[in-house]
Design a protein around this ligand. Structure first.
Ligand SMILES: [Zn+2]
Length: 292
């Protein structure tokens, strides 16, 4: 099934690989109180963001953005055949959902000009590579892969201390194949595509901004995971490397786009995942935008 939005001179497709209950809300958001969850449970459940057993429901997906000049894949999801022993749903999987999603968007791997990773966690780099004759090769053969320099260095150093499997199987083979561009956090490509530093979740985390002369659409990656954090931006996840910085970045993002027309393409929000930021109660919400 294809999900698509047309806005200005951009077309945006969502390529969903998995969606559903992920981690227990209190486990994922260590500062979440039982009282807060009980107050917010009803609307979270109605929005598809919370399961009956209080797990946060997340989508795992990529966005394809077509500008007048380029086809960009933002974050490459989970991937197949990857060694992810701590995540049974991701470990060594072999389903066709991601590739079916590309086909439904009428897109071949050869058409992608740029693969842009907001950061280098396993669920954002997986389809960077696929296995061919026992080796990892770039999935998108003609694409340049854009990695932010500080992010790349963070994971290179971590991998030196102890093996970081996503870095080894989904980032380094792209570098070895000569397809990677290691760029600054404010890198731009032409007049429609630019990075915006949004550190905290990881040190070199970036958001990807699209639109000529204004922010028509933005993919904020993992600076936010759940609609609960839009209402309560101070709630960082246990995966945020610097929780205080992540909270500052999250609030700054919500304030920047609040009550604007910028289409926010959320990485992990439940379907439809795409919406506009609006002020709501003491915080914010992402008001879903219908496809079309
Ligand atoms: Zn993620």
């Amino acid at each position: 099934m294809s999900h698509a939005w047309t806005i200005g001179d951009l077309t945006i497709h969502r390529i969903v690989e998995q969606e559903g209950g992920f981690l227990d809300a209190f486990d994922m958001l260590p500062d979440l109180s039982a009282e807060t969850l009980s107050v917010e449970r009803d609307w979270l459940t109605a929005a598809g963001a919370l399961t009956a057993d209080d797990r946060l429901s997340l989508a795992f997906q990529s966005y394809v953005v077509r500008t007048p000049h380029h086809v960009v894949l933002v974050d490459s999801c989970i991937g197949n055949g990857k060694h992810r022993p701590t995540r049974p749903d991701w470990h060594g999987k072999s389903d066709s959902r991601f590739m079916d999603g590309l086909a439904a968007a009428d897109l071949s791997v050869a058409e992608v000009d740029f693969v842009m990773c907001t950061h280098l966690h396993a669920d954002h780099v997986g389809w960077n590579t696929r296995q061919e004759n026992g080796r990892w090769v770039p999935t998108f053969p003609k694409a340049r892969y854009i990695f932010e320099a500080r992010e790349f260095e963070h994971w290179r150093a971590a991998d030196e201390r102890a093996p970081v499997f996503p870095f080894q199987d989904s980032v380094l083979p792209v570098v070895a194949a000569g397809r990677a561009d290691i760029v600054a956090g404010d890198h731009a490509i032409g007049d429609h595509i630019r990075l915006m530093p949004t550190p905290g979740h990881t040190p070199g985390h970036v958001s990807i901004v699209f639109g000529k002369g204004r922010d028509v659409a933005v993919a904020p990656g993992d600076l936010i995971h759940s609609p609960l954090q839009a209402l309560h931006p101070q709630l960082s996840t246990r995966f945020d490397v610097d929780k205080a910085e992540a909270a500052r970045t999250r609030r700054a993002f919500l304030e920047r786009y609040c009550d604007t027309e910028t289409l926010c393409c959320m990485a992990h929000f439940p379907s439809p995942s795409v919406g506009r930021i609006r002020s709501w109660r003491e915080g914010f919400r992402c008001a879903p935008v219908g496809e079309g």
